[in-house]
Design a binder for this molecule. Structure first.
Ligand SMILES: CC(=O)N[C@H]1[C@@H](OP(=O)(O)OP(=O)(O)OC[C@H]2O[C@@H](n3ccc(=O)[nH]c3=O)[C@H](O)[C@@H]2O)O[C@H](CO)[C@@H](O)[C@@H]1O[C@H](C)C(=O)N[C@@H](C)C(=O)N[C@H](CCC(=O)N[C@@H](CCC[C@@H](N)C(=O)O)C(=O)O)C(=O)O
Ligand SMILES: Nc1ncnc2c1ncn2[C@@H]1O[C@H](COP(=O)(O)OP(=O)(O)OP(=O)(O)O)[C@@H](O)[C@H]1O
Ligand SMILES: C[C@@H](N)C(=O)N[C@H](C)C(=O)O
Length: 505
């Protein structure tokens, strides 16, 4: 972070300073929210969580070298100097704001790129970090740290040497992006897509559109809006842009545009990139998922604006295989003597990203021995969709069948009736869809990930070249199954495990 003393930090957050054994003019080196990460020069922000209240650790962090604690009530007897505020999360946001203002006042170029959208933020952030890092030190969030805790944590890493900050801004309520944008106003703001993620919380697509447009309103004067030209809900945001608008997409309205899109047998997309003032150039993405063409275009729009040469863009995107975990991560697995391929897209789910994941699975073609894939979709329920949830789940079941997916396993829950019922709606969507009845996939409803694990093994034993997509909301537990498979941990035991898994016990 930028040079800041405890006293200055207290002023920035409007807190009351309770000076302990650390002098008020001690410099803060970094900000942590976890006492286990506190070290010399740390400011520890105490946050009350679901399991423990971070205030419990205020007494300890002094002994790890921390210089101050941000608290919502004074901890009596603690040696460390404390800054007392009404709300520590809010205060951490104000500290991040002060950090960015300090950086802007420092005499060297610095650019904040804000990224929002219903899908693709983290992927775009990862691609952007790789591209902008070729021009200067770039800070970007860990994973999808995109809320009022994660974004300030990221912004507080900015120091004198930082050239770019990529700030991911997420929301499931109106006003959240406005808040993030007021803390860290972007110089460039990307709006990827207005979809239906968190439709239940937002109430309507129009509200999602309003929420995403908050990032444009938060732009600095003359800030640049990078907008999806193909999304009817994003296009109107140009009317509130304070400066230049850069359009990306596949249609005629785009200036940063992809055409002649192809995909290899692992669904890695290639496309011809058209950029104003440049000859068309071929780009091959190293990450799977045709949907990532749009994310790549948004990142390219910013990169070209920041003078990353086109040949560098082509090279970086062609080499960038790693994005944040559980997003279309592909790995092979031999489990209980059975080999299959996993596409782990289990970070979360909504109808747009479910379709993208299923498209990715459908995009797999014959293996090197010419064996056609047996494509299995293991789908957990999608949460936060409100009154449209049943219909949207049925629509996904029917979408999977129409893509020709060979097997659909809905993963419900023994403990959560809503998760269980929505998972069964995937199957209902297939059963009730006349257009798919002639070519129906194998379908099954299971009630926990152990059952899904065993069933996938059965299918993979029967079918050579089985490819399995894992996709569901966080609460569906599929990311835990992905982690279990990645580590190739033991098979679950269960009443029928011996029969099903034979030698695996
Ligand atoms: C505060 C915190 O970090 N919480 C994390 C913690 O939660 P939990 O309640 O279990 O915490 P604890 O009770 O264990 O601890 C409380 C605090 O005490 C600290 N502490 C603990 C032990 C100890 O020995 N010493 C300590 O100091 C501890 O560090 C805590 O500070 O753990 C959970 C599991 O790992 C985390 O999930 C939880 O993280 C919270 C939720 C969080 O907000 N983290 C941010 C860093 C963040 O940005 N996380 C993002 C999630 C982003 C998000 O939620 N986004 C919104 C909007 C998305 C909208 C988008 N889809 C769109 O369409 O725009 C969302 O609703 O999804 C991430 O991790 O990805
Ligand atoms: N442009 C896109 N169109 C459709 N689906 C997409 C797109 N980009 C990503 N996805 C899907 O969404 C999943 C999550 O991607 P990513 O983490 O980049 O999105 P996000 O917006 O950051 O999500 P969150 O808000 O939950 O952090 C991907 O694994 C993929 O299935
Ligand atoms: C976990 C949270 N950030 C999220 O993305 N929730 C949605 C509903 C999901 O898990 O799919």
């Amino acid at each position: 972070m930028m040079a800041m003393t405890i006293e200055q930090a207290a002023k920035a957050v409007g807190g009351e300073l309770c000076v302990g054994l650390t002098p008020a003019d001690s410099r803060i080196e970094k900000v942590v929210t976890d006492s286990r990460l506190a070290g010399v020069g740390s400011l520890f922000v105490a946050i009350a969580g679901e399991h423990v209240d971070g205030h419990r650790f205020v007494g300890q962090v002094y002994h790890s070298g921390a210089v101050a604690a941000l608290v919502d009530h004074e901890i009596a007897g603690a040696e460390i100097t404390q800054i007392v505020v009404p709300d520590t999360i809010r205060a951490m946001g104000l500290l991040a704001k002060a950090n960015i203002e300090e950086r802007r006042a420092f005499d060297s170029p610095f650019t904040v790129v804000g990224v929002t959208g219903s899908v693709g933020k983290t992927t775009t952030k990862d691609l952007l970090k790789a591209l902008l890092s070729t021009r200067g030190e770039t800070i970007a969030p860990v994973g999808s740290f995109n809320n009022d805790i994660g974004m300030p944590i990221t912004a507080l890493e900015v120091n004198e040497r930082t050239r770019f900050l990529v700030a991911e801004m997420g929301a499931n309520h109106l006003g959240e992006i406005a808040n993030l944008g007021s803390l860290v106003p972007p110089d460039i703001a990307i709006v990827l897509k207005v979809g239906v993620a968190h439709l239940g919380e937002f109430g309507s697509v129009e509200n999602i559109q309003r929420a995403k447009s908050e990032i444009i309103r938060a732009l600095v004067p003359d800030g640049v809006a990078v907008l999806n030209a193909d999304d009817e809900h994003v296009v109107p945001m140009a009317s509130i842009a304070p400066g230049d608008v850069v359009w990306f997409g596949l249609g005629s309205g785009a200036e940063v545009k992809a055409y002649d899109i192809t995909a290899d047998g692992r669904d890695r997309a290639g496309f011809t990139l058209s950029l104003p003032g440049h000859d068309p150039v071929r780009v091959q993405l190293a990450i799977p998922g045709r949907h990532n063409v749009m994310n790549a275009l948004a990142a390219i729009a910013v990169a070209t604006r920041e003078d990353v040469p086109v040949d560098e863009i082509v090279r970086v995107l062609g080499e960038q295989t790693a994005i944040s975990p559980h997003r279309m991560t592909v790995f092979g697995l031999t489990r209980a003597g059975v080999s299959f391929t996993v596409i782990d897209d289990s970070f979360n789910a909504n109808p747009d990203s479910m379709k993208a994941g299923l498209d990715g699975l459908a995009g797999w073609s014959v293996d090197e021995d010419g064996v056609a894939p047996f494509r299995v979709a293991v789908l957990g329920s999608m949460l936060e969709l409100g009154e449209n949830a049943v219909e949207l789940h049925r629509g996904i079941g029917s979408y999977a069948a129409r893509l020709g997916i060979d097997a659909v396993i809905g993963v419900g829950s023994r403990n959560d009736a809503q998760l269980d019922s929505l998972a069964s709606d995937f199957i209902e969507g297939i059963d009730g869809d006349d257009e798919t009845t002639r070519n129906k996939p194998f379908v099954a409803l299971v009630h926990d990930v152990d059952e899904a694990d065993r069933l996938v093994l059965d299918l993979a034993r029967e079918h050579e070249n089985t490819v399995v997509l894992l996709k569901g909301s966080h609460a569906s537990g599929l990311s835990a199954l992905a982690a279990r498979w990645d580590a190739n941990d033991d098979l679950p035991t269960g009443s029928d495990a011996t029969d099903r898994n034979g030698e695996a016990q």
